[in-house]
Design a protein around this ligand. Structure first.
Ligand SMILES: Cc1cc2nc3c(=O)[nH]c(=O)nc-3n(C[C@H](O)[C@H](O)[C@H](O)COP(=O)(O)O)c2cc1C
Length: 343
């Protein structure tokens, strides 16, 4: 019999004791850990800003219309997805989860669970090669339906990892450019670093895979990503784990989407907890969203089944939100269905 999402979350609460309280709504207020762990960096403000920025918008209810069936599907990176909700890169089981789940179990749960739900997941990277190894293994096992996110190592190391992503048949490849501040992160003598437009252009030009830059929070960086030939950006502050006091992603998404939305695919993450949150991100200019912590909880409590159930629950919730705002499909979602909370 299929376990319930509630029982999966209960199991995760026990397994994550002292690391994550598995709160009813994951909002960064009661995190027992920062980074490493499940919380945000420093004061945790950047994590909480993500939640607050989404909460600053209300939705206009529309119930007199003829959109009786909701179509949530879209094409992304050449694949058909059942809905615009993807698994974010969550890695580092040894440091973030104190080894209570293995790196391979974590990556497999995200990638397989997302595929079984009809979507896609990203995988992560870090100083230990086991992170990238686990992600690529999980992606290869599902015929390449996944996206590895590489740390901003020196270019030679990035290129070597991109070749491995190509060999695994990955749909696309990402670089979490916002990890450039992790100054003590080294791998085989390689350091992470900020990237210039020229470096991005060289990397983008050296692979046939779509290149995604994750961790873009300003119009200037978004324009640099376009100039460097990236296929997509993820408007993200790494779940508030890169730099304390960054704004919520939903606060900066509209200006970024307005500047580059017709030149590059804009994705977003940070604090997405419900179908209404997904709808808000789409209305603010994202083509699709990534979800991190709630899926990590589901993965730890229920493996791939947990991830699938959590993604399906979010998609069901999005369908209801679309129905009650007059949207038949994703093309109907526009900024007009939102109103700022102070009005
Ligand atoms: C425990 C943990 C580990 C993460 N590891 C990575 C990683 O390896 N690479 C990466 O690009 N982002 C990583 N992230 C950030 C997520 O991909 C994503 O940007 C963030 O979690 C989204 O916010 P949310 O958790 O509020 O949904 C990690 C996040 C968490 C919580």
């Amino acid at each position: 019999m299929q376990p319930s999402l509630a029982s999966i979350r209960e199991r995760a609460r026990v397994l994550l004791d002292g690391i994550c309280r598995v709160c009813p709504v994951c909002d960064g207020w009661r995190c027992p850990s920062g980074v490493p762990g499940m919380g945000g960096i420093g004061t945790g403000a950047a994590f909480r800003n993500n939640i607050a920025a989404l909460a600053a918008w209300q939705v206009n209810m529309r119930v007199l219309h003829d959109h009786k069936d909701q179509d949530l599907s879209l094409r992304l990176f050449g694949k058909r997805l059942a809905f615009p909700i993807l698994g974010a890169a969550v890695a580092g089981a040894r440091v973030n989860f104190q080894g209570r789940v293995s790196e391979e179990e974590l990556a497999r749960a995200f990638v397989l669970g997302a595929v079984e739900a009809g979507s896609l997941a990203f995988t992560g990277d870090g100083p230990l090669p086991e992170l990238m190894d686990a992600g690529l293994k999980a992606i290869k096992a599902v015929g390449g339906r996944g996206i590895p996110v590489i740390k901003p190592w020196e270019d030679m190391e990035i290129m070597a990892l991109i070749r491995r992503a190509e060999d695994a048949g990955a749909v696309a490849v990402g670089i979490d450019v916002d990890a450039a501040g992790l100054v003590n992160m080294t791998r085989a003598g390689q350091l992470v670093e900020p990237k210039t437009v020229e470096q991005i252009a060289k990397i983008a030009g050296a692979t046939s895979l779509p290149l995604i830059l994750k961790g873009v929070m300003t119009v200037a960086d978004a324009e640099a990503a376009v100039e460097g030939g990236a296929t997509a950006i993820v408007v993200s502050n790494h779940g508030g784990r890169a730099l304390d006091h960054t704004p919520g992603t939903a606060a900066v998404l509209p200006e970024i989407a307005a500047a580059v939305g017709d030149k590059i695919i804009v994705l977003a993450d940070g604090g997405v907890r419900s179908g209404v949150d997904v709808l808000k991100m789409l209305a603010l200019g994202a083509r699709a969203v990534l979800v991190g912590r709630p899926l990590a909880v589901a993965a730890i409590g229920g493996g791939a089944v947990g991830v699938r159930l959590q993604l399906e629950a979010l998609a069901d919730d999005l369908a209801v939100a679309m129905r009650l705002t007059g949207c038949g499909d994703l093309n109907d979602v526009s900024k007009g269905l939102l109103r700022p909370i102070h009005n």
